[in-house]
Design a protein around this ligand. Structure first.
Ligand code: ADP
Ligand code: 5GP
Length: 189
């Protein structure tokens, strides 16, 4: 079996992580590509499961050694990158890879992987919903919340670059739409 890739991008707070986790629970042939990041770990996160949490020096070393398929300074002085080793490991085990990346990263991965990949943009009806959800998630202080919402407003305009767009209003409906899309994509030869 040739490995495929599902790329998820969204403005922060749209529900991408929630949808990706649910999809991974439902579809056993999918595996999450664990990214490297220099962001601090949140209390509920596990190193090596949610991300590989690195200091800036280690991140740059991996970058210079050509170990990243793509990388981005998603927020000022906060870097995130897709490890080539994750993708190779997942494909070599006969599974399909799932990426949770920012909008620029999503566009880059689609460009690199072409028809082998399905890119999905998760959106909400307007930016005020993002602010509410980020506040509810309770992971940001006032400054990082403002930074995420500001960036999100720009990212909302990028949906045209993706293969599919899903509105995450009713979560169960969004999950079921994504599940059907992914099943149909991976069953195509
Ligand atoms: P992202 O990964 O896109 O930044 P999250 O998946 O962390 O977003 O979701 C942000 C917050 O919104 C979380 O607290 C999550 O439980 C909540 N959430 C996700 N989808 C919905 C939805 N359809 N309706 C209401 N809240 C939602
Ligand atoms: P968070 O800090 O909320 O976990 O993630 C912030 C943003 O960085 C999200 O949009 C997430 O999808 C994105 N991100 C996570 N990993 C990567 C990666 O490897 N590459 C890129 N370009 N973005 C990533």
């Amino acid at each position: 079996m040739k490995g495929k890739a599902i790329i998820f991008s969204a403005p922060s707070g749209a529900g991408k992580t929630t949808i990706v986790h649910s999809l991974l629970d439902r579809l056993p042939f999918l595996r999450f590509s664990i990214s490297a990041t220099t962001r601090s770990k949140r209390p509920n996160e596990v190193d090596g499961k949610d991300y590989y949490f690195l200091d800036l020096e280690d991140f740059k070393e991996k970058c210079n050694a050509g170990e990243l398929l793509e990388w981005e300074e998603v927020y000022s002085e906060t870097f995130y990158g897709t490890l080539k080793s994750e993708v190779e490991r997942i494909w070599s085990q006969g599974n399909h890879v799932v990426f949770d990346v920012d909008v620029i990263g999503g566009k880059k991965l689609k460009h690199i992987l072409g028809d082998q990949s399905l890119s999905i943009f998760i959106k909400v009806k307007d930016v005020s919903v993002l602010r509410e959800r980020l506040k509810f998630r309770n992971t940001e202080d006032d400054a990082t919340l403002d930074m995420r919402v500001k960036k999100a407003a720009k990212e909302m305009k990028e949906e045209v670059h993706f293969d599919q767009v899903i509105v995450n209003d009713n979560l169960d409906l969004a999950i079921s739409e994504v599940e059907n899309m992914v099943k149909s994509f991976v069953s195509r030869s």
